[in-house]
Design a protein around this ligand. Structure first.
Ligand SMILES: Cc1cc2nc3c(=O)[nH]c(=O)nc-3n(C[C@H](O)[C@H](O)[C@H](O)COP(=O)(O)OP(=O)(O)OC[C@H]3O[C@@H](n4cnc5c(N)ncnc54)[C@H](O)[C@@H]3O)c2cc1C
Length: 538
């Protein structure tokens, strides 16, 4: 038997998390190698090349904050930058700091097995290679496992079809063609808005509508960018202080202290503002109190009615099964106006379910829709999907997928008891999933690196979060979640996905921490200051 190559520290995934993680390890004098399943870096922004894919975080709040030089050099051209530019940015970062030489691509880890005797992880790659490593830090993404639907006949379709995550690199001819988009979540809304005026005919297959409000994007001029650069310290301080990691701050005047007219006036302002202002800058009561939520939902419904000419169609586009802000809010650019076009048609598949895909299109219970292109905008096995796709075996051969069968169980979203020497950046039950990702990612990477240095400097070769600490964290995650009206919604916040077995309607999975960025940052800081008492090290 040939001896396996040994790499002391391994990082998995070359998205925003992995790129910063490998940099931080190198800067800390720790030799590490990053393995990425895909053929190049970028993660979310390497994939998702569909028309309309862009940030709904303000670009300058999304970029890394760790290097003044980087902040000085990079010019964001749009307030909400699009996928090609975001990918260029991540490549710019990797090249600037010489990170590529520490990365190996086309390296998907399929199996991770812990060996207690040697205190090593054994990693198997899809391509057949195997290595051993002492420490694994995952940055494998929360929206990196796409979930196409499970319709019969999908392979028989003769035209082009793809999940939005796998949108081809080569331009897809849309002009004059009959295009079907299945799904109206955040991705569907972006793609529909962008292609409505470019295709011959567009058929949107909608099962459940989503709330959506204007992105209000704009270009960033040289002067504006220069101004933003002078404000970076303030921008990142604002993000660190806000629960959601944005510059938008909740309005604490008290929902009930204002009259209905005052609230509507305020919402008119928020509706015209960019990005998540209407969500993150709103009254906190709208997320907690039925009456407040009903009122804002009615307000946003009114906006949809104003924008969609056909009143029957408008009603179909207004969610009736969940209130505003209870699921991840998609932001849009002229989405509702797309339905006023003659070439755009909505097929309500809650009334007329899709029966199968045929060689020439989609067969619903009521009609056959002829199509040249089918776009599956059906989202992701969110948060835990990429963990479940690996066979991860910890102590006594126990499987992580089995442990997380009913939902993830972690300590701080960074560790899972029974799986030693494994750190998860932007992991399940961390605050990343509920906030502006990179802000929490940077905090998570800094913390994980500091903890690892602490262990290595003291000669420890094994660490594991205590079971009681994990249980307490689970209760804290649940407490924060239970306060929100969102606890009753069916989206990835609650682990719902009809295309993933076991994630269909029914069980709530506590996927993300909703206690807010500042509280989370304070908790992990306290754990470090206390000498990591909740982590057994030896
Ligand atoms: C369309 C879209 C728009 C978004 N917009 C925003 C936004 O505006 N603001 C925001 O905060 N967040 C947004 N997000 C969330 C986004 O995922 C995060 O912002 C961020 O990119 C996550 O980075 P990451 O490195 O943690 O994960 P990813 O970017 O998902 O990277 C994970 C990487 O791990 C690799 N990987 C997975 N499994 C394995 C394995 N077994 N072995 C090796 N490699 C593996 C994947 O191939 C991937 O490259 C968006 C997500 C999507 C899909």
């Amino acid at each position: 038997m040939t001896e396996k190559q040994h790499i002391e520290v391994v990082v998995l995934g070359a998205g925003v998390s992995g790129i910063y993680q490998i940099k931080k390890l190198i800067d800390s004098g720790i030799r590490a190698t990053l393995f990425e399943a895909d053929e190049d870096l970028g993660g979310t922004w390497y994939r998702n090349r569909y028309p309309g894919a862009r940030f709904d975080s303000e670009s300058y709040t999304y970029g890394y904050s760790f290097s003044q030089e980087l902040l000085d050099e990079w010019h964001w051209k749009e307030r909400f930058s699009a996928q090609p530019e975001n990918l260029r940015y991540l490549n710019f970062v990797a090249d600037k700091f010489g990170l590529r030489e520490h990365m190996r691509f086309n390296s998907r880890v399929t199996v991770m097995k812990w060996d207690e005797a040697t205190r090593l992880w054994h990693l198997d790659f899809e391509q057949g290679e195997s290595i051993t490593t002492r420490y694994v830090i995952t940055g494998i993404g929360v929206l990196s496992t796409p979930t196409p639907p499970r319709y019969a006949g999908m392979d028989e379709f003769k035209g082009e079809s793809f999940h939005t995550y796998w949108w081809p690199k080569e331009p897809v001819e849309l002009a004059g063609r009959k295009v079907g988009v299945i799904g109206t979540g955040a991705t569907g809304i972006q793609v529909i808005s962008e292609i409505a005026d470019k295709v011959g005919e567009l058929t949107v297959f909608q099962r459940r509508p989503n709330w959506s409000t204007p992105l209000n994007n704009s270009l960033i001029s040289n002067e504006e960018m220069a101004q933003i650069r002078t404000r970076y310290d303030e921008i990142f301080a604002n993000c660190a202080a806000s629960p959601n990691g944005f510059e938008h701050v909740p309005d604490y005047r008290g929902f009930a202290n204002l009259t209905h007219e005052q609230r509507v006036e305020f919402w008119d302002e928020l509706y015209a503002k960019p990005g998540f202002a209407i969500l993150a800058g709103n009254f906190p009561e709208i997320f907690l109190d039925e009456t407040a939520n009903k009122e804002i939902s009615e307000y946003v419904a009114g906006r949809i009615r104003q924008r969609v000419q056909d009143p029957v169609l408008a009603e179909k586009l207004i969610p009736k099964d969940h209130g505003f802000g209870m699921q991840r809010l998609p932001l849009e650019t002229k989405y509702f106006e797309a339905y006023n076009r003659d070439n755009v048609r909505l097929v309500d598949i809650s009334d007329m379910p899709i029966q199968n895909i045929t060689a020439n299109g989609v067969q619903t219970s009521a009609e056959h829709v002829d199509l040249d292109v089918i776009v599956y905008a059906t989202g992701f096995d969110a948060i835990t999907g990429s963990f479940d796709r690996m066979q991860i075996q910890g102590m006594n051969g126990d499987s992580l997928a089995d442990k997380w069968h009913q939902g993830p169980s972690t300590y701080l979203g960074l560790f899972s008891h029974g799986f030693p020497n494994l750190l998860m950046v932007a992991g399940p039950q961390s605050v990343s999933g509920s906030t502006n990702f990179p802000r929490a990612i940077e905090g998570g990477v800094n913390w994980a690196t500091q903890m690892l240095c602490h262990a290595i400097e003291r000669g420890y070769t094994r660490f594991e979060a205590q079971a009681e600490a994990e249980q307490e964290w689970g209760e804290e995650v649940k407490r924060a979640h239970e306060k929100l009206l969102a606890r009753r919604s069916q989206g990835w916040f609650t682990g719902y996905n009809s295309n993933v077995r076991g994630h269909e309607q029914g069980t709530v999975r506590y996927q993300a921490y909703f206690g807010g960025g500042p509280k989370y940052a304070e908790i992990i800081k306290r754990v470090a200051a206390g000498g990591y008492r909740q982590i057994d090290m030896s």
